[in-house]
Write a protein that binds this ligand. Sequence first.
Ligand SMILES: CSC[C@H]1O[C@H](OP(=O)(O)O)[C@H](O)[C@@H]1O
Length: 377
Amino acid sequence: MGDQSVVSLANDSQSGSPVPTPTLRWEEPPEGPVLILLDQTRLPVEEVELVCTDVQALVDAIRTLAVRGAPVLGLAGAYGIALAAARGFDVAEAERQLASARPTAVNLGYGVRRAAAAYRSALDTTADPQRAAQAALAEARALHAEDAAASERMASHGLALLKKLVPGGGLRILTHCNTGALVSGGAGTAFAVAHAAHREGLLRRLWVDETRPLLQGARLTAYEAARADMTYTLLADNAAGSLFADGAVDAVLIGADRIAADGSVANKVGSYPLAVLAHHHNVPFVVVAPTTTVDLATADGASIEVEQRPGHEVTEIAHPIAEAGSGIVLAPLGTQAYNPAFDITPAPLVTALVTENGVASPVTAATLAALALSDTR
Ligand SMILES: CSC[C@H]1O[C@H](OP(=O)(O)O)[C@H](O)[C@@H]1O
């Protein structure tokens, strides 16, 4: 484990907002620059921050999901390059380690490459490592601001779409995993749309899938919804089918980790079954993601690498998420577990994709490319 220290959040200075402090922030104390992360493995029980002073600490935080969620992984990757440059570490090595920390979310590699390119360009023109480090930090900050702005615009486009799809308000939205401010430089992706509906008095209930095995829904989405005073109900993932059967879902809103050129969507495991249920019950299935999640270089869903995570996350339960053997045993010792972190939803099952540049519906290679390439920032 790299150099991490833990700081408890004494008072909640932003009560009423979905998160108590920014998911990640850069600081420059006298002893050197640091990247500070709200440790998502400890939520909702403890609000503690990880202070990362080196790249290994950040890579560990990404791998253990202390920082998680596609858009914010892009920010973490970019700030990680800035941290390496500012502290005189090998930037090329940092680029390799950060970009490979988790394989599925395209945003991680995108953020790393953007900051590394800014660093190299500045180094080439100035031959001054300090100027180059400043350029990497400026690029990370620019990506951070872009993501915050994208989040706001997705909330607006998404809310307008919901008003069209489900006129009259009283929305009962089902969401999966966690897609709020914890995954973003702003208010998030799918959760930001639900939060916007809540603020306009249009949200009757947010159904929150617990999202086994790491329980991002139970631990994080319920946490954000409670802090935002939203009406929400937690459910076991297996209970979602009966909600559809009872006609209790007006729309499904989920995020994404990578969207291939044919419109296939990689997202938290359990998303594909929801898409099938939504299709069978004629319920809108809406994906909300910034264009940084669209990967036109990956042809189709079969080409997306789905992260396979350790079996102990299924055979044990631990809080905070910990290494094998430290949790409550749920299955006989030695049980083999299948634990893909994501699954793939084919484009025909997606009613609409909401991005900061607008909405694609249906989602086809053509509508996706038009959206991803139109830069209306
Ligand atoms: C909108 S990004 C959040 C996205 O990331 C989550 O995965 P993980 O918790 O493993 O980082 C999940 O797929 C969410 O939809």
